[in-house]
Ligand binder design. Structure first.
Ligand code: PRP
Ligand code: URA
Length: 210
């Protein structure tokens, strides 16, 4: 039985998270660090992907060896900030199909507002990894999971860089079977629904906006 919350415990991940938290880290370094943390944590998030033995002829002999089973996995990024994570995971799964969900948080209500949706075909048959650096109130992740569910996806996991108990609870209240992988589980949300200690606004830090 898989646990439905994994917080990756690795010194390299911890080191890079500290650099991401640092307000002095500029956008270029921040983007690179997001990609590096995504690669290190995707290793855990994708551990369960099913494989099947195939016949392969090596220079020495022919043997049975595992390959990923089924249609190519789908990597679905929540815009904007999830884009850097999608790019990182494509280096691991170059044949992966990519989906985009455009959501932003209303500044007053903190509720997600949807502005774009494009998902790969046959999503119901694919393993889906939903990616977004921040799991704060969980509103964006739950909305994205609702859209994926409405599109027929049944095998959906979530990878975020920093989460908090409120966000994990929101996702698991509605989708108890969704496995969440985090690089860090922070303390709480503040009165503006930002994660504490967190790293600030991920999209703004990635793209140098305010
Ligand atoms: C950030 C982040 C998540 C969301 C998390 O995006 O990338 O999508 O907030 O917050 P939640 O768990 O409370 O929903 P934001 O809304 O700032 O949009 P942006 O990426 O376009 O800047
Ligand atoms: N979105 C972010 O980018 N950061 C937070 O701390 C919360 C939501």
């Amino acid at each position: 039985m898989r646990s439905n919350l994994t917080v990756v415990d690795h010194p390299l991940v911890a080191h890079k998270i500290t650099m991401l938290r640092n307000e002095e880290t500029d956008s270029s370094a921040f983007r690179s660090l997001c990609q590096e943390v995504t690669l290190l944590t995707a290793y855990e998030a994708l551990r369960h992907l099913p494989t099947e033995p195939v016949s392969v002829k090596t220079p020495i002999t022919t043997t049975q060896s595992p390959m990923l089973q089924g249609p190519a996995p789908a990597i679905v990024g929540i815009l904007r900030a999830g884009l850097v994570m999608v790019e990182a995971i494509l280096t691991l799964i170059p044949h992966g199909r990519v989906g985009h969900l455009g959501l932003y948080r209303d500044p007053q209500t903190h509720e997600p507002v949807e502005y774009y949706k494009k998902l790969p075909d046959n999503i119901d048959q694919r393993e889906v990894l939903l990616v977004d650096p921040m799991l704060a109130t969980g509103g964006s992740a739950v909305h994205a999971l609702d859209l994926l569910s409405a599109a027929g996806a049944t095998k959906v996991d979530l990878l975020a860089i920093i989460g908090c108990p409120e966000g994990v609870a929101a996702v698991h209240d509605r989708y108890p079977d969704t496995a969440i992988t985090l690089a860090a589980l922070d303390e709480r949300l503040n009165e503006h629904a930002y994660i504490v200690p967190g790293l600030g606004d991920a999209g703004d830090r990635i793209y140098g906006t305010k």
